[in-house]
Ligand binder design. Structure first.
Ligand code: A3P
Length: 323
């Protein structure tokens, strides 16, 4: 179907929507194929507003769902606000709020209680949108916004997403009924790119290409490297955000303190993340599971691994990106 290019105002989406290819097998959303990506209908209808909103985003945290978004939000928030909230502060917002309630998604509306957190020196926002669907005020030549992308191995993304979806379904259904969404179903849809913001590899590829073209504009981080070397990746993130750690901060152990505050065991153990629900109406505990690399080896069959690897390798050929 003929659709408007992503950088222009997106016309009347409600009118365009019914003409777009539909996918209903991917819980919990109905997806439509728009400009090469499968998007939830509820996001697509908001695209024109997202593009024309009078907002300022200094740093946009971008990711494919289940790639470490929550972690990146926590790290960027703690880093940007460290002058106001020391990572060891008992009243630190990350001890009281889920990271998603500290940094909101572009596509999930404005925060009702944004004033509760003082305006930080660096304004943060997040998105799962593909690069080609971002507003001009962020990607345009005159824009001062910068983008941090976190990329994760697609097999881990698939497994993490499947488990998250099942748990969310079970939590939504009075907590009693076990979900019938099978790994095979999730796998087949994922391989066809039929998942929120899929195909995964095209999503990563767009940000990758832009990070090569404009390295000062887009920082491309890898979940696996962050797990291996959190402190050095945090330093890279802070420098890119324009708030590098000083010698004094290094000597005082601020880097390690932020890494520790944002670590999976620490965040997972916090009361708010064990019992709370975030502004997306999702139970906070669902965002914290194993946080390791390679958990796919415990779930995927050799046939699944071969099939997905072949699809991804073919799609990335010649790009220099290795997933
Ligand atoms: P697993 O399901 O593989 O454990 P997202 O935040 O994009 O939804 O991604 C969720 C994934 O990030 C989950 O992966 C989750 O466990 C992991 N994660 C959440 N917080 C993390 C943290 N502080 N450090 C490392 N991984 C984290």
């Amino acid at each position: 179907p003929v659709v408007p290019p992503p950088s222009t105002p997106h016309g009347d989406m409600a009118e365009i929507l019914p003409s777009l290819p539909l996918e209903t097998r991917c819980p919990p959303f109905h997806l439509r194929l728009y400009n090469g990506f499968w998007q939830p209908e509820i996001v697509l209808v908001d695209i024109p507003d997202i593009h024309t909103a009078h907002l300022r985003e200094d740093i946009l945290l971008a990711s494919f769902p289940k790639s470490g978004t929550t972690w990146l939000k926590a790290l960027a928030f703690a880093t940007a606000n460290r002058a106001m909230y020391s990572p060891s502060d008992a009243q630190h917002p990350l001890r009281r709020r889920n990271p998603h309630d500290c940094v909101r998604f572009l596509e999930a509306g404005a925060a009702d209680d944004a004033d509760e957190l003082h305006a930080p020196p660096v304004l943060l926002a997040a998105t799962h949108l593909p690069y080609s669907m971002l507003p001009e005020r962020i990607t345009g030549e005159g824009s001062r916004s910068r983008i941090v992308y976190i990329c994760r191995n697609p097999k881990d993304v698939l497994v993490s997403g499947w488990i998250f979806t099942r748990k969310a379904q079970e939590a939504g259904g009075e907590g009693k009924e076990s979900s019938s969404y099978t790994l095979q179903e999730a796998f087949d849809l994922f391989c066809e790119g039929r998942c929120v913001n899929g195909p995964h590899w095209q999503h990563a590829l767009e940000y990758w290409a832009e990070s090569l073209e404009r390295p000062g504009k887009v920082l491309f981080l890898r979940y696996e490297e962050m797990v291996r070397e959190p402190a050095s990746n945090l330093r890279k993130l802070a420098a890119f955000m324009g708030c590098a750690f000083s010698r004094e901060e290094e000597d005082a152990g601020v880097v390690d303190a932020i890494v520790e505050l944002c670590s999976l065991p620490k965040l997972k153990a916090m009361g708010v993340n064990r019992n709370g629900i975030n502004y997306l109406s999702v139970k906070n505990e669902l965002y914290f599971r194993k946080g390791v690399t390679g958990d796919w080896t415990n779930h995927l069959t050799p046939e699944m691994i071969t099939r997905l690897d072949e699809i991804v390798d073919a799609a990335l050929q010649g790009s220099g990106l290795d997933l």
